[in-house]
Ligand binder design. Sequence first.
Ligand SMILES: [Ca+2]
Ligand SMILES: [Ca+2]
Length: 255
Amino acid sequence: MHSMRFMALTAVAVIAACSDDTITNPAPVIPQATVLTATGNIAPEVDAFRTLLGASNGATPGEQPGGRREISWDGAGANPFNNKNDFPADFFNTNVKSGAVFTTAGTGFRNDSTLFAEINPAYASQFNFFSATKIFTPVGSNQLDQLFQVAGQPTPAVVRAFGIVFSDVDVAGKTTIQLFAQDGSSLGIFAAPVRSDAAGLSFLGVTFDQPIIARVRITLGTGALAANANDVTDGGTSDLVVLDNLIYGEPKKAF
Ligand SMILES: [Ca+2]
Ligand SMILES: [Ca+2]
């Protein structure tokens, strides 16, 4: 995907270099997005987003005509990986067929039932879950990508909507999702709202009319979790943020 982005940028640069000064290249048209955000009691907005996408397809294998998929991290199938740093990147399209795979520049992923208190005891008073009781983070990085596949198949797919629940967003503009089309072009960067209460949950959901999202880059605050890293609200220097529910449109085979 990175190489595709590079190729797209190169193509633009070549066209610009060859064009006559009097001709203005048309700006790329980015499809209109509908954005839902919430903090505090986020449940009504999360439900509104689910309704917008349609009925849950659970872990039904194969491309479904419509509806949504959702990852809550809470299922018993993930228990063997709880509270370790080796949660499988493809768990949610192999063990559970929900059409999602993850990548990170860090060293792994962690599905956690202790609010990450085993990494740093101070985290128990920072983080919270939306769906009880597990939450998720990349390890050694505050960034991860979600890519889509046809449920249960290694076939690249696109979705029309993506929503995410964050825990403990303290700094404005730093916790974001960037959506990318299949050709690597950006569909926009969207920021999560800063938490409004002690529960600390924020929701951000983006929908398009058509399934055009091939990849989502999720940036969690400004630093990675670590034994010696406290949150900016607890004597540390980074805004630490983790994630809970991921809600997205049915993955459709990308052509
Ligand atoms: Ca959860
Ligand atoms: Ca924080």
